[in-house]
Write a protein that binds this ligand. Structure first.
Ligand code: G4P
Length: 536
């Protein structure tokens, strides 16, 4: 199952790293809201024994009230703002499921989370096919060639023609498909799935929830059940074996082909097949690009990068948690690691693992794992932690904001405090802050308007800073760079009031609208305008 060769004479530490890394599967679920991501997550966690009762993922009722204040927004709107990670074991493998917020306003967080996974499960509603958000998230996965496993959900309800669904995936996503199972009957007559590899049938009624071999029944034996048209199913299966591409592990790992499973998360059907597929085909932790070289997961030195900061997850612990993805080696509780950005060592005294709503101290973790590191603002998104070498991981992106606003402080005396608070919020990735070079008040940029609500609520609750947002003369922001520093300096000098610094001091061009942006871009020879920035 492992791709990682065990060296001839490994040290005990190295050999344990190699073994542990090979059993990690770190993945996310991508889907359009309502396709069934939460339900599937619950069922996956049930398989892994991480939770006892389904229904804990989407906290409801009482338990929600125990969350901290600013999460009120989440409560009021009934959406999940938090990106979290859930770890569970199944059949000897360790699965790290990185949850992504379903609401489109939090796409920036979601995108960053996708930089921390090695594969993704794409959940599609069988009645709806590929929807807008699935497509957008898929495109982010494609940027990094993340392998995708497809789960076509809600087969217990009226669904679209199976070939149509596969065809849609192939055409709209330019992704080859290989069905691994095939539905027997649809909608009210959905009886189960045919396992294309073994020829067995798994029935919805009776044992469908469990993994293990499907029953060897002839489809003809199912005649007479509901309105099942046995001849039609046989015809479909003949067509599948003739027309569908056989599964090709390499094409899948390169992100060109997706194995497709059919099921019903609600009925806990097909989830075991999916999990087995993940274990068998999804890659163990991949090598990660750094500024100097590719870092292999089974190297001895511990390295990690921060892709997410979460404040106040638990009102009893008023701390900030930086979520770090281990890229290589082994993390041991109490070890020291260098925060490469500052050159200072930090002690990892209480790294944490997350299990659905729970967390526990992590005594050790390996490449592929995600640990939460409590801190008071030391860690920023994109930071690299390293046990040895001074390397910086690349590829944790910032996205150009879609909404730009000026923050209006109700009490003008608190400008300094606001500046500090905004700096903190931007380091956490809540908003982006742009400080115009001409000294005008700072602007904030967000990908979705909900981020503004979170910013407002947090400034009020945590910093006692009531604010409003005003429409600014600028609507767009683009990072600017040039191979020739002189050209960049000349551009900055010529566009003084339209240039700002981001949180890292990198220059950003602010434009009134698309027209101005296009106009400036055409005339700015040698300047690159970018809508995505890799956080360094
Ligand atoms: P999301 O996280 O992707 O937004 O979806 P979620 O799991 O919350 O599912 C959305 C709705 O679809 C839920 O119903 C859920 O019960 C239903 N659902 C999920 N999987 C299946 C399935 O396999 N078959 C059927 N028939 N329904 C499914 P809801 O009524 O909106 O929410 P709830 O009140 O049940 O929580």
């Amino acid at each position: 199952m492992s791709d990682i060769a065990i060296p001839a004479d490994p040290s005990p530490l190295h050999s344990s790293i190699v073994t542990e890394v090979a059993r990690r599967r770190t993945f996310a679920i991508i889907s359009h809201p309502d396709a069934g991501k939460t339900t599937l997550t619950e069922k996956l966690l049930l398989f892994g024994g991480a939770i006892n009762l389904a229904g804990q993922v989407k906290a409801k009722g009482e338990r929600r009230n125990t969350r901290s204040d600013w999460m009120k927004i989440e409560r009021d709107r009934g959406i999940s703002v938090v990106t979290s990670v859930m770890t569970f074991e199944f059949e000897g493998l360790v699965f790290n499921l990185l949850d992504t917020p379903g609401h489109e306003d939090f796409s920036e967080d979601t995108y960053r989370t996708l930089t921390a996974v090695d594969s993704a499960v794409m959940v599609i509603d069988a009645a709806k096919g590929i929807e807008a958000r699935t497509r957008k998230l898929f495109e982010v996965c494609r940027l990094r060639d993340i392998p995708i496993i497809t789960f076509i959900n809600k087969m217990d309800r009226e669904s679209r023609d199976t070939f149509d669904l596969l065809d849609e995936i192939e055409k709209t996503l330019a992704l080859d498909t290989t069905p691994m199972t095939w539905p027997v009957g649809r909608g009210r007559d959905f009886l189960g799935t045919y396992d294309i590899g073994t020829g067995g049938i798994r029935l919805l009624e009776g044992g469908g929830a469990k993994t293990g071999a499907a029953q060897q029944i002839d489809i003809a034996e199912l005649a007479g059940r509901g309105n099942l048209d046995v001849a039609e199913v046989k015809e479909e299966l003949a067509l599948v074996s003739e027309a569908c591409k056989p599964f090709d592990l390499e094409a899948f790992r390169e992100g060109h082909l997706t194995p497709v499973y059919f099921g019903s998360a609600l009925r806990n059907f097909g989830v075991g097949d999916l999990l087995e597929g993940l274990g068998k085909f999804a890659p163990p932790p991949r090598a990660q690009d750094s500024n100097l070289r590719k870092v292999e997961a089974d190297e001895k030195g511990m390295t990690a990068f921060v892709f997410k900061i979460q404040a106040n997850m638990d009102p009893n612990h008023r701390d900030r948690i930086a979520f770090a993805r281990l890229c290589s080696g082994k993390l041991t509780r109490g070890m020291k690691a260098k925060l490469v950005r500052t050159g200072k060592n930090m002690s990892l005294s209480s790294p944490q693992f997350f299990f659905a709503q729970d967390r526990a101290l992590a005594d050790e973790a390996f490449a592929g794992d995600v640990v939460g590191i409590p801190n008071h603002g030391t860690l920023r998104i994109g930071d690299t932690l390293s046990e040895g070498e001074d390397i910086t991981f690349v590829g944790v992106p910032s996205f150009a904001p879609e909404i730009v606003r000026r923050v209006r402080l109700k009490d003008a005396m608190k400008a300094k405090k606001l500046k500090e608070a905004l700096q903190q919020m931007s380091e956490e990735g809540v908003v982006q802050v742009f400080r115009p070079r001409d000294g005008a008040p700072a602007l904030v940029g967000v990908v979705g308007s909900l981020q503004l609500d979170v910013l407002k609520a947090r400034l009020d609750a945590e910093y006692q800073l009531p604010v409003d947002f005003e429409v600014s003369e600028f609507q767009l922001a683009r990072w600017i760079s040039s191979d020739d520093p002189k050209k960049l300096n000349a551009f900055v000098a010529a566009n003084g009031s339209g240039v700002a610094d981001d949180v890292d001091g990198d220059p950003v061009y602010l434009a009134k609208n698309e027209f101005y942006l296009g106009y400036t871009r055409e005339r700015a020879e040698g300047i690159v305008f970018s809508a995505i920035k890799d956080v360094k």
